[in-house]
Design a protein around this ligand. Sequence first.
Ligand SMILES: [Zn+2]
Length: 149
Amino acid sequence: MDPAPRPFAELPLDEELGTPVPFACGTGDASGAAPSARKLDHERVTQCALSRICGVCGSGLGRPIAFLGSPQEEGRNAFHFPPAHLECAEQLLAVYAEVRGSVLGQTEPFDQWVIVTTGGFEYVRGRRQDVDRRPTFEPNSVLEERRLG
Ligand SMILES: [Zn+2]
């Protein structure tokens, strides 16, 4: 597995969807399986949180920090996809706008993607009592919110 950052244009392509696979979804496993945009890679998600790197391109975050996800995630202020550069989030959603359902860490169908920008966030590890025990990211003050699709 190569953890080096990659510019958006050089991300690997998902064989099934034909779309770029962001850093947070990994670059395929040791068995040689092709990378898939359907699932988040746990190690990469943790790496993004702790090292403050972009979930799309894998390089260091600046300001603002963008979160992308479903309206439900926005409503709960708890996103599963790690923080990203705003430009990276926009580029990623430009190609995923027509892809619905289980991609980029989403588990339920929804009608539109949301991008939220913030100056900072909390990383919340999955708790035993949560239905969904995956870690989440909570933006700590929303600067701007945009709906796409
Ligand atoms: Zn980026």
